[in-house]
Ligand binder design. Structure first.
Ligand code: SF4
Ligand code: FES
Length: 240
């Protein structure tokens, strides 16, 4: 058991003028995660601490936080990888509801802007299939596992600089690319136009933090470059 200090940002917009930080000593066991430590604090020290989680497996995307200065999933971050002083803050670029719980409406409003669902090319009751042996699925496979955790969005300085109604952010653009690149999708041109204005792919400043923090190994900065390339190729009449 290691003695660890967990310092957590506390803020209730209905009660507090400014955030404060509370420090909680905990005994950390091997393999304990930051999420485990937050539960321990609620059980033993302060039941009013607010945070969000669901699966505890890195699948639901709801436990994103800034941990020791970097966006991470609390359920996938082991205490032993952080040392004996840990600082936990809510996700940036979003409004705090209470303590570590944030309102993700801005993130999902931008997600909706890219028409994030598959549009079939023609009316049919048949499944639309890319033959597995064709290799053509590889184009979209590597970026498919987004869990909409928002870590790339919280880490993106272009989002921070442009404000609420500005740049739509890396996750939404990555989703758009996957649909644009999917040979079965019927809304490719419409979607490409939707995501290539100043608020879309051309709003990316290639800071690269999205690539650093993504817990699923997705590289949104790379897919954003591919959207730009497709737009430029289309504009000069090349296959895209
Ligand atoms: S791209 Fe990665 S970091 Fe961004 S929302 Fe999806 S899983 Fe999270
Ligand atoms: S609780 Fe689901 S990803 Fe962490």
């Amino acid at each position: 058991m290691n003695d660890v200090e967990v310092t957590v940002m506390r803020f209730d917009p209905d009660e507090d003028e400014t955030p404060r930080f509370d420090t909680f000593p905990i005994g950390a066991k091997k393999n304990m995660t930051v999420l485990d430590s937050l539960f321990l604090i609620v059980e033993d020290q302060d039941p009013t601490l607010s945070f969000r989680c669901a699966c505890r497996l890195g699948m639901c995307g709801s436990c994103g936080m800034v941990i020791n200065g970097r966006g991470r999933l609390a359920c996938r971050t082991k205490i032993e990888s952080l040392g004996d002083k840990i600082e936990v803050q809510p996700m940036r670029n979003m409004d705090v509801i209470k303590d570590l719980s944030v309102n993700m409406d801005k993130f999902f409003k931008n997600w909706e802007k890219v028409k994030p669902y598959f549009v079939p090319k023609e009316e049919t009751d048949e499944f639309s299939v890319i033959p597995p042996a064709s290799g053509r699925r590889e184009i979209i496979d590597e970026n498919q596992d987004c869990i909409t955790c928002g870590l790339c969005y919280l880490s993106c300085d272009a989002v921070a600089l442009r404000g609420e109604d500005g740049y739509i952010g890396p996750a939404a653009l990555n989703r758009a690319y996957n649909l644009i690149a999917d040979e079965r999708d019927g809304a490719k041109d419409e979607r490409l136009d939707m995501v290539t204005d100043r608020d879309g792919a051309f709003g990316c400043r290639s800071f690269g933090a999205c690539v650093e923090v993504c817990p699923k190994g997705i590289k949104p900065m790379k897919t954003i470059q591919k959207i730009k390339t497709k737009k430029l190729r289309r504009s000069v009449g090349l296959k895209y």
